[in-house]
Every structure is written in C-alpha cells, then in structure tokens.
Design a protein around this ligand. Structure first.
Ligand SMILES: Nc1ncnc2c1ncn2[C@@H]1O[C@H](COP(=O)(O)OP(=O)(O)O)[C@@H](O)[C@H]1O
Ligand SMILES: [Mg+2]
Length: 249
C-alpha cells in the first residue's frame, strides 16, 4: 500500500545552528492513526512544521500526499493536502467570528460562496458545534471550543492528512473526552503528538517514539507504551493502567 507521508533521512538545524532533526525515517499509510511521543525538545513540532511545508532548508527526502517537499512547488501545494492544528490555538484563530475563521482556508483555496458555506457547515458539524457558534467571537470561547474551531478550520480545507500538535494539553477532562470522540468519528489519516499517553492510547493504533531528532521505536500503541524500559529511556512513563495490566499478568 502506498504511503501518504514518506520521510527518509530528514535532517534539519535551525538558523542558530541547533540541530532539531537528525535523520528521521517515517512512513505513514493511508488511514493510519499515529501517535508521536517523546520528551520536550525531541523534534516533534519541528517535524510537523517540515511536513506542513514551513521549513525549507532541510536535508533528506520528504513527500506528503504526492507533494515533494524538497521543491518550492511541493511546499506551496502541500497546504491543500495537509492540515495542521498548532498547540496554541490562539495562533490559529484571528478573525472576528468563528464562521470567518473556518471560512478563511476554503476562501484562500478559491472556493465560491456556496462551496465555502457548505464546507463551514460540514466542518462545524464534524467537530460537534452547532450553528449558534458561527457568530461567536473565537477569543471568547473555552479552551475546548477553541480547539474544536481550530480543527474545523483545518477540516474545511478537506485535507488528506491531519497533524495535531499537543491537542489535549490545555483541555479539562471533559474537553479531552469530547476531543477523543470527535477524532474517533473522523476517518482521516492523522499524526498526533502528545504528552498525554492515555489520550494517545485512545486515539492512535501506532506509536512512534522520537528523541534527539531520531525515531527510536515504532509499533502497536500498547506494545510500545507497555515497554517500561524503553519509555523511561526516552523520558516517558508507561501509563498507570498499562502498568497494572502488566503486573496483573
Ligand atoms: N525557533 C527555534 N530556533 C532554534 N532552535 C529551536 C527553535 N525551535 C525549536 N528549537 C530547538 O529544536 C529542538 C526540537 O524542538 P521541538 O521541535 O520544538 O521539540 P518538541 O516539539 O518535541 O518539544 C529543540 O532542541 C529546540 O530547542
Ligand atoms: Mg512541541
């Protein structure tokens, strides 16, 4: 089966010389739900920015849904194929209404008025928000609602791949539960970075550990997260319920 994301030998250092990615190899198939975990500074956000076409001076091969990101054309086109939801939703929501924020992407793609309206309605319903939210000021929404609007804005672009960077970090338990349910209903290929390993367990069937800008392990979620030595080695911790399950064996 062909892969939607193909990364081979990806290296990148920031302009100040700090190396962030040191030879990443990662392939993601159509329909896969991948959890990206690793300590702070592992390179998760930098990897996402590279996949989104924001970073241009990397080494290696990177392609997303047929866009070759080693070329300027590929990096320009990739926003039609890949949607990214940043950790800070305030960076993503900057219009005077929820409707305008969600319409921004499709309008930029050149969709006509009727098509924009259709996409806004469809995206809102995908994230479980009703019509009344259209006229709300994004700035006044709760953390969970902002997160949903940010996801809706990306879904309105109808991407092939969704990247979510630390999506549960500012959510209370109810907001987190609702996000799990929303993601469960979305059939889209996705990569989710998170420190919340319960959240990863509930939303991803494969986990990739990244540390020091290199992929250190990849495999079925429960298998990887239950490997206590591997987890500790990379600044992570086996979730409590998995530890109990192992000890109960
Ligand atoms: N704008 C930047 N300039 C210089 N170094 C950066 C910048 N952003 C991140 N880094 C460095 O790149 C490495 C990877 O960071 P990042 O991708 O943010 O990791 P993560 O998202 O896993 O916490 C870290 O060493 C970090 O300090
Ligand atoms: Mg990060």
């Amino acid at each position: 089966m062909s892969c939607l994301i193909e990364i081979d030998g990806l290296r990148y250092h920031y302009p100040d010389g700090r190396s962030a990615l040191n030879g990443i190899d990662l392939h993601v198939k159509h329909g896969e739900r991948v959890g990206l975990v690793g300590p702070n500074g592992a390179g998760k956000t930098t990897l996402f920015l590279t996949l989104a076409g924001v970073i241009d001076s990397f080494e290696g091969e990177v392609s997303v849904a047929g866009c070759d990101l080693t070329t300027p054309e590929g990096r320009k086109e990739v926003h039609r194929k890949l949607g990214i939801v940043f950790q800070q939703t305030d960076d993503q929501l900057f219009h005077a209404s929820v409707e305008e924020d969600i319409a921004f992407g499709p309008l930029n793609l050149g969709a006509d008025e009727a098509e924009v309206r259709r996409r806004v309605d469809c995206a809102l319903s995908s994230v479980g928000l009703n019509e009344d939210f259209k006229n709300r000021l994004p700035f006044h929404l709760s953390g969970g609602e902002k997160r949903r609007v940010a996801i809706a804005g990306v879904l309105a672009m109808e991407p092939d791949v969704l990247l979510l960077d630390e999506p549960s970090s500012d959510l209370d338990p109810r907001g987190r539960r609702e996000l799990v349910q929303i993601l469960d209903r979305l059939p889209i290929t996705r990569v989710i970075s998170s420190h919340n390993l319960d959240f990863i367990c509930e939303t991803c069937e494969r986990v990739v550990i990244i540390d020091g800008g290199v992929v250190r392990a990849s495999g079925p979620t429960h298998e990887i997260l239950a490997d206590e030595d591997l987890m500790l080695k990379h600044g992570l911790e086996t979730p409590y319920f998995l530890r109990e399950a192992i000890r109960g064996k």
